[in-house]
Design a protein around this ligand. Structure first.
Ligand SMILES: Nc1nc2c([nH]c(=O)n2[C@H]2C[C@H](O)[C@@H](COP(=O)(O)OP(=O)(O)OP(=O)(O)O)O2)c(=O)[nH]1
Length: 132
């Protein structure tokens, strides 16, 4: 069975939300998109919405997938969906991450991403350019 990890590319205005991991030690300090494992009986989109609620305390709408699936291991893949805040004035909170940052297109390379997310940077850049 393949485990799907969904990531949320939350875009607000010209910026994308990134979060900094606080664990495990080998990933602490690196940046990723909000998200996590799709649970049994759940759709990808439902998982995106649930994870953003749990991790950030905000409601999002999940849109289309961005880029291609990225293999994390033989049995795990990362699939990213474009997302937006239901209430654009809602401020996401880092419930279990070290920090959050809104990055504009020129700043996407300024943080150290997890390796799988680095693969998606061109697609994320394109999304930020296209939204505006
Ligand atoms: N959420 C998320 N996970 C990512 C990204 N890129 C990436 O390689 N991953 C990896 C890190 C983890 O190994 C895995 C997510 O697994 P998971 O949902 O079980 O979350 P986790 O490791 O934080 O563990 P936990 O919260 O269940 O304790 O996917 C990303 O952009 N967002």
């Amino acid at each position: 069975m393949i485990t799907v990890i969904v990531g949320a590319a939350i875009v607000r205005g010209r910026a994308l939300l990134a979060q900094q991991r606080s664990y495990p030690p080998e990933a602490a300090g690196l940046w990723e998109l909000p998200g996590g494992r799709v649970e049994r009986g759940e759709s990808d989109v439902e998982a995106v919405v649930r994870e953003c609620r749990e991790e950030l305390g905000v409601e999002v709408t999940a849109h289309e997938p961005i880029g291609s699936d990225v293999a994390l291991s033989e049995a795990k893949l990362l699939r990213v969906y474009r997302a937006s805040l239901v209430d654009p004035l809602a401020e996401p909170q880092p419930h279990d991450h070290a920090a959050l940052r809104w990055l504009e297109v020129g700043q996407l390379g300024s943080v150290e991403w997890l390796p799988a997310d680095r693969v998606l940077l061109p697609a994320l850049r394109q999304t930020l350019r296209w939204v505006h």
